[in-house]
Design a protein around this ligand. Structure first.
Ligand SMILES: Cc1ncc(COP(=O)(O)O)c(C=O)c1O
Length: 424
């Protein structure tokens, strides 16, 4: 029997904020095991449980899917999609992820200062002046514009005066249709000519990024692939080795083997979330092949409960009006915690294993659920915003679809003040 989240949480496992309690997934059995090891802390009762065990399971599934010879660059940018880049990167590094991917120097430095020595690729290029910092911290830059070669060469030359035989390894990004970052395929000749004038640089990898890898109704991705491989051929023809070739984000890892190259760059799937595919049936096919486990549970307690007569407004702007005498439960989570405002009057949470609708405007610190159908609900009860309670579970991906956004958007919304507990 699945265990419900009804009792007062205590922890009988080692301190959960640094790992220790049992990881659990959406599966009722796993949830039951996890419930034996509950989380306890003082203060405002809203918290996130992030299962490192599930993330490592997902890493294994990805490796099994793309084959052991390919390297994995775990995308941990934006604080590992809001979930906590240091503990997650440490776990991934220990489990053998070869590379980590961040957005900028400060994200990379945070990992270096935490003692992480794995290779780190800075995915979003660099801003003038940042190249010096990247090299100092052994962070691998991406060149996205031709003129950056010169900037990087100057910084690498300066470093070579202090470090014998120093050459800065970098990756090149080629724009093949996303039309944001990367040199144009037509600039490959100019790139090769410029690189020949940069004795302190070493091209270690070449990549592109897909705009719509999950869309199987258009041929955009196939077109991007063709352009990319043609640009690589041109590069090789000019006597320049592209080094590690990489293209695949989550959608492409799941469903486009021709894009796997030498290295893959999973983000969302590493955290256990499949993308929405087009046509939608594709998702079931992909899910059957890759059994991912969503790593996040977000929970808050009921901090107030009241009976409200029919016809009363609830919350800012009275955007929910009770249609019957109702029990309205207030939970300690609002949009500053990651329960985004767009979910006002949309979707539900779990209370004592039952779905309860989110009603009324989600405010910064509070949200309200209609607990009328859960007769024994009480102040102190745990409400699950994402994750499982009993036999039911609410996936971040489902909530994202309900409000027309992507899973990563909701993960990144997780507020700084939400305590994060890492379950191993
Ligand atoms: C260059 C690059 N590669 C890979 C990823 C991972 O994407 P996803 O979360 O879809 O796997 C991102 C994320 O935006 C990215 O910018």
């Amino acid at each position: 029997m699945p265990t419900l989240l009804t009792d007062s949480p205590t922890i009988d496992a080692p301190a959960a904020e640094t790992g220790g309690a049992a990881g659990y997934s959406h599966l009722p059995d796993a949830a039951a095991i996890a419930m034996k090891r509950k989380i306890k802390f003082e203060g405002r009762p809203v918290w996130a449980e992030i299962s490192l065990a599930d993330i490592l399971h997902n890493l294994k599934v990805i490796r099994g899917h793309v084959g052991a010879r390919r390297k994995i660059l775990a995308v941990v940018k934006a604080n590992a999609y809001g979930l906590g880049s240091v503990p997650i990167s440490k776990a991934l590094a220990r489990a053998g992820a070869e590379w980590l991917g961040v957005t900028c120097s400060s994200e990379g430095i945070e990992l270096r200062e935490a003692g992480i020595r794995k290779r780190i690729l800075v995915l979003t290029g660099f801003w003038a002046g940042e190249e010096e910092i990247l090299l100092r911290h052994d962070l691998t830059p991406t060149v996205t514009r031709l003129e950056q070669l010169r900037q990087l060469e100057r910084a690498a030359g300066r470093r070579a005066r202090r470090v014998r035989n120093f050459r800065a390894r970098f990756h090149l990004k080629i724009n093949t249709g996303m039309n944001r970052l990367g040199i144009e395929p037509g600039e490959v000749d100019a790139f090769a000519a410029e690189l020949a004038r940069c004795p302190h640089l070493l091209l270690e990898g070449t990549y592109t990024h897909f705009a719509s890898a999950e869309d199987f109704t258009s041929d955009q991705t196939a077109g991007q692939e063709r352009k990319f491989f043609a640009a690589l051929e041109r590069l090789r023809g000019l006597g320049v080795s592209p080094g590690l070739v990489h293209l695949a984000n989550s959608g492409a890892i799941c469903a486009r083997p021709s894009t796997w190259g030498d290295l893959v760059r999973p983000g969302a799937i590493l955290y256990g979330y499949h993308q929405g595919f087009d046509p939608p049936e594709k998702k079931a096919e992909v899910m059957a092949e890759m059994d991912l486990r969503p790593c996040l549970s977000l929970r808050a307690r009921i901090i107030s409960l009241r009976d409200v007569a029919a016809g009363e407004g609830v919350g800012y702007g009275a955007r929910f009006v009770t249609a019957r005498p109702s029990r309205i439960a207030v939970i300690a989570a609002g949009y500053a915690d990651g329960l985004v405002r767009a979910r006002t009057n949309r979707g539900s949470a779990l209370l004592r294993g039952k779905r309860v609708p989110l009603v009324g405007t989600i405010s910064m610190d509070l949200a309200t659920v209609d607990a009328t159908e859960v007769r024994d609900a009480a102040v102190g009860d745990i409400v699950t915003i994402y994750g499982s309670d009993g036999a039911d579970a609410i996936e971040v991906s489902d909530a994202a679809r309900e409000i027309g956004t992507v899973t990563s958007d909701l993960l990144c919304a997780l507020g700084r003040r939400v305590r994060r507990f890492y379950l191993s």
